[in-house]
Design a binder for this molecule. Structure first.
Ligand SMILES: CC(C)(COP(=O)(O)OP(=O)(O)OC[C@H]1O[C@@H](n2cnc3c(N)ncnc32)[C@H](O)[C@@H]1OP(=O)(O)O)[C@@H](O)C(=O)NCCC(=O)NCCS
Length: 150
C-alpha cells in the first residue's frame, strides 16, 4: 500500500461500522453508543454541517477517519470556528502519511466554507497525539480547560 492509493472522501452514514471498528482497535474498547450519537448529530441535525472524512483504500476498505463539526448559526451562517473531535487511523496503516492526508483534506474542506480556526482537545499526557497535532501546525490555544470534582 502506498499513501497515494488512498482516497479521502466525505463520511457517509454507512461508514459507521468501519469507524467504530477502527476506534475500538485504537482505544481497546468498543463504544458504538458514542458514535451513534455523533453520527445522528452529523447526519440528522440541521444545526451542524458534516465535516467528517474517511480514508479509503482502492478496494473500498476504510482505514482512517476524522470527525469534526461546524456549527451553523442563525440564518444558516457558518461560524468561523470548527472543532475536530476525533481522528483515527487503523494501527496497521499508521506512519504512512494517512493521518496527514486526512488532516490536509479536513483543513481544505473547512477553509472552503469559511472556517478560520479549528479547535481540538487532547489529553495533556498523550504525547504521541500532541506530537502529531504539532506536526500538523496545531499549537496550544490561549484558553485552558478547568474542572472541579464533586
Ligand atoms: C494520530 C494518528 C491519527 C496519526 O495517523 P498516521 O496515519 O500514523 O499519521 P501520519 O502517518 O501522517 O504521521 C504519523 C507519523 O508517521 C510519519 N510518517 C509519515 N509518512 C511516513 C512514511 N511514508 N514512512 C514513515 N513514516 C512516515 C510522520 O512523520 C509522523 O511521524 P512523527 O509522529 O514522528 O511526526 C494515529 O496515530 C492514531 O489514530 N492515533 C490514535 C488516536 C486516537 O487515540 N484516536 C481515538 C480517540 S480521539
Amino acid at each position: 500500500m502506498n499513501a497515494s492509493s488512498i482516497k479521502i472522501r466525505l463520511m457517509k452514514a454507512d461508514d459507521f461500522d468501519a469507524v467504530v471498528g477502527i476506534d475500538a482497535q485504537l482505544i481497546q474498547a468498543s463504544r458504538p453508543e458514542y458514535y451513534k450519537m455523533k453520527f445522528e448529530k452529523l447526519f440528522r441535525s440541521k444545526d451542524y454541517l458534516p465535516a467528517s472524512l474517511v480514508a479509503e483504500q482502492e478496494d473500498g476498505t476504510v482505514v482512517g477517519f476524522v470527525m469534526g463539526e461546524i456549527y451553523m448559526g442563525e440564518y444558516g451562517i457558518f461560524q468561523e470556528e470548527a472543532t475536530l473531535d476525533t481522528i483515527g487511523v487503523d494501527p496497521s496503516y499508521q506512519h504512512q502519511g494517512i493521518g496527514k492526508q486526512l488532516m490536509n483534506e479536513f483543513m481544505d474542506h473547512l477553509r472552503n466554507v469559511g472556517v478560520q480556526k479549528i479547535n481540538t482537545l487532547v489529553a495533556w499526557n498523550n504525547s504521541k497525539l500532541i506530537h502529531f497535532f504539532s506536526a500538523n501546525q496545531f499549537s496550544p490555544s490561549k484558553t485552558i480547560n478547568l474542572e472541579r470534582s464533586l
